[in-house]
Design a binder for this molecule. Structure first.
Ligand code: XUL
Ligand code: CO
Length: 439
């Protein structure tokens, strides 16, 4: 068993600490609204960004050296990375990790060989389970990296690629079940198009639905009880992805009678790329009963791509946690850090610093959101704003007793209607005030 982070010690030091390797707000056993922080937040480390990313970008080579990459044998290296992710999560007191099948083990010449490699690593993870409490939040299949997916995976124009994708997801479901993964994610990185000129738009989406039904059937067959999640994203790598945003994904689920089988995994930077705030996406999901899990990161609003930065903006995390608390929590989902270090952040310890920053910012957001709920001023304001629907004609409308004729009769001689102020500026200061109080 390899150790990579022996020199690193992480502790909770509280808000006055300036130690970059100490938590300032995330105190896992602290009780907020009757529940421990760790049970509200259910953090997960993303294997791919933590163990595999080394600073490469479109214009430049890798900038980061990672000790596990000095191991030349691919299977031994894969096992060392498993040691690394467990050690990393334990040091951070994070209970979960997430992976794509291809993050954790190397691809072979055939799918059979690839599956064999995967099995070796899965067995190794099962061994780790015996001495560790770290567990799998969700598994997924990488159906976007290999060139075979150039036209898509389940939305490809090549039936052999559809078959390959099905077989790959079959295996990914099996291993997620073996590891007691609590969820299984579908992110359609290549499930979209570059140009409509060469795309059978209808068939592609019908095939996507067929594929998801096959996944549901297979999960039932093998007794996989985890929650299925769709992760919407509007673009990147394709020009247009079919699971564009929460509303688009939900319409797709409803149309294809999949709404009871799937929830959503919502990511901050995906929300912003689709022109929504993160809280909008969570509000949409929770009010429709499909809030599943969250991918925690943040983007740079000056850039039009998915920068996957560690979350450090407390305003975003406060509004997100407000939605999560209003939705009754995210269990069996969690908060997966789909976030990577900036290319110049080259030290090994920066991996910890990034996660601590993200965990602290979500902990602060949780505390501020709890304050907002305890004060109840936002709820009171909204209740009052819509109070015209609590009695009289409003109540009658909501109860379905009115129609165009009756409403015309009611309003036609009433003259000017008086509206009340929306008071957005006042409400925004309440959010800032809650953050300051939580600090
Ligand atoms: C890509 C992305 C993925 C999914 C899992 O933007 O978010 O890493 O989270 O495939
Ligand atoms: Co993601």
């Amino acid at each position: 068993m390899k150790k990579f982070f022996e020199d690193i010690q992480i502790s909770f030091e509280g808000k006055d600490s300036i130690n970059p390797l100490a938590f300032k707000y995330y105190n896992k056993d602290e009780v907020i609204l009757g529940k421990k922080m760790e049970d509200h937040l259910r953090f997960a480390v993303a294997f791919w960004h933590t163990m595999n990313v080394q600073g490469r970008d479109m214009f430049g080579e890798e900038t980061m050296t990672r000790p596990w990459n000095s191991i030349s044998d691919p299977i031994e290296r894969a096992k060392a990375k498993i040691d690394g992710i467990f050690e990393f999560c334990e040091k951070l007191s994070v209970k979960f990790f997430c992976f794509h099948d291809r993050d954790i083990s190397p691809e072979g010449a055939t799918l059979r060989e690839t599956n064999k490699n995967l099995d070796i690593v899965i067995d190794y993870i099962k061994e780790k389970y015996k001495s560790s409490n770290v567990r799998l939040l969700w598994g997924t299949a990488n159906l976007f990296n290999n060139k075979r997916f150039l036209h898509g995976a389940s939305t490809t124009s090549n039936a052999d690629v559809f078959a390959y994708s099905a077989a790959q997801v079959k295996k990914a479901l099996e291993v997620t079940k073996e590891l007691n993964g609590q969820n299984y994610v579908f992110w359609g990185g290549r499930e979209g198009y570059e140009t409509l000129l060469n795309t059978n738009f209808k068939l592609e989406q019908e095939n996507l639905a067929r594929f998801l039904h096959m996944a549901v059937d297979y999960a039932e067959k093998i007794g996989f009880k985890g929650q299925f999640l769709i992760e919407p994203k509007p673009m990147e790598p394709t020009k247009h992805q079919y699971d564009y945003d929460a509303a688009n994904a939900y319409a797709f689920l409803l149309k294809n009678n999949l709404q009871d089988k799937f929830k959503l995994n919502l990511e901050v930077n995906h929300a912003t790329l689709s022109g929504h705030t993160f809280e909008h996406e969570i509000r949409y999901a929770r009010t429709n009963g499909i809030l599943g899990s969250l991918d925690a990161n943040q983007g740079d609003l000056f850039l039009g791509w998915d920068t996957d930065q560690f979350p450090t903006n407390a305003y975003i995390t406060t509004l997100a946690m407000y939605e999560v608390l209003k939705g009754g929590g995210i269990n069996p989902g969690g908060l997966n850090f789909d976030a990577k270090l900036r290319r110049p952040s080259i030290d090994l310890e920066d991996l910890f610093i990034g996660h601590i920053a993200g965990m602290d910012t979500f902990a602060l957001g949780l505390k501020a959101a709890a304050k907002l709920l305890e004060e109840g001023l936002l709820e009171k304001f909204v209740e009052e704003k819509y109070s015209s629907f609590d009695s009289g004609i409003g109540k009658s409308i909501v109860e379905g007793k009115e129609n165009f004729d009756s409403l015309e009769k009611y309003i036609i001689d009433k003259g000017e209607i008086i509206n009340k102020s929306g008071k957005q500026e006042y409400l925004e200061t309440l959010v800032t005030r809650a953050i300051v109080k939580a600090l």
